[in-house]
Design a protein around this ligand. Structure first.
Ligand SMILES: [Zn+2]
Length: 254
């Protein structure tokens, strides 16, 4: 784990990259911003989490780090020990946690609960969509005041650029750096179900409404139809092994 704290005093803001070792956009964004030697008006802690997984270009070594919190310093897995090391570094901070995905090219923010603080953090990212993921248990943002952002398609330059934009926006809106930023007016979605099953081909589009009865996935000629209308979120043909992704409803403006 690489930790770098900038500015004077105890940080109240933290940026976490690479909870997943093969999602490098956050690390790239952090490196680009830090290379500019900003005059930080508020102290910020930057964490590049799973360096061992980065080195091997894999999501994780033993288990999903983002499902290993709070972790255990004597734990059996690399990620369990790493989670226990990481959490105290960011526990008292407002956290931006940067990811990339197989599902959608544009940034969207994830919050573990919807309250005034998470709304503020989500708006600060500038992402046009925010997803309430309280239905899915676990993850760093369950343990801190924080927002995660899926910045774009894994390994794409666009994801790098998006992550950089999200990071600059967040630091600007939270008063850490003097930069032009823009708090968004995002749409809120809420996940209400998981679609189980591997090897499906997803034939819809994320955040585009699937009507009841419409086909949204196929496998060996078998069609999977919607029992009720929903918005696909984190849905992709090859994003997960055992699930296709999640079903969400659109709540309205955040
Ligand atoms: Zn991730």
């Amino acid at each position: 784990m690489h930790v770098e704290t900038v500015g004077d005093g105890t940080p109240e803001l933290a940026v976490v990259a690479c909870l997943h070792g093969n999602e490098l956009c956050g690390k790239t964004a952090v490196e680009r911003v830090l290379a500019e030697n900003h005059n930080f008006r508020r102290p910020v802690r930057f964490v590049v989490a799973n360096e061992e997984a980065i080195e091997k270009n894999v999501r994780s070594i033993d288990e999903d780090l983002n499902r290993a919190f709070p972790g255990d310093s004597d734990g059996k897995t690399h990620e369990s020990r790493l989670a226990a090391e990481l959490l105290p570094q960011v526990r008292d901070c407002s956290v931006l946690d940067l990811h990339s995905t197989r599902s959608h090219p544009e940034p969207f923010a994830l919050v573990a609960q919807v309250n005034e603080q998470t709304k503020r953090l989500a708006r600060a990212t500038g992402a046009p969509r925010v997803v309430d993921v309280s239905y899915i248990a676990g993850g760093l943002i369950d343990y801190v005041d924080g927002v995660a952002v899926e910045c774009g398609l894994r390994g794409s330059e666009r994801a790098d650029r998006n992550a950089e934009r999200v990071l600059r926006n967040f630091l600007g809106e939270m008063g850490a750096v003097d930069t032009l930023s823009d708090a968004g007016d995002p749409e809120l979605y809420r996940i209400f179900a998981v679609v189980e099953g591997g090897d499906y081909e997803f034939v819809g589009e994320n955040f585009v409404r699937v009507e009841a009865g419409e086909t949204f996935a196929r496998k060996n000629g078998e069609e999977r139809r919607a029992e009720r209308a929903f918005y696909p979120v984190l849905m992709s043909t090859d994003g997960y092994e055992d699930i296709l992704g999640f079903q969400a409803e659109r709540v309205g403006k955040l």
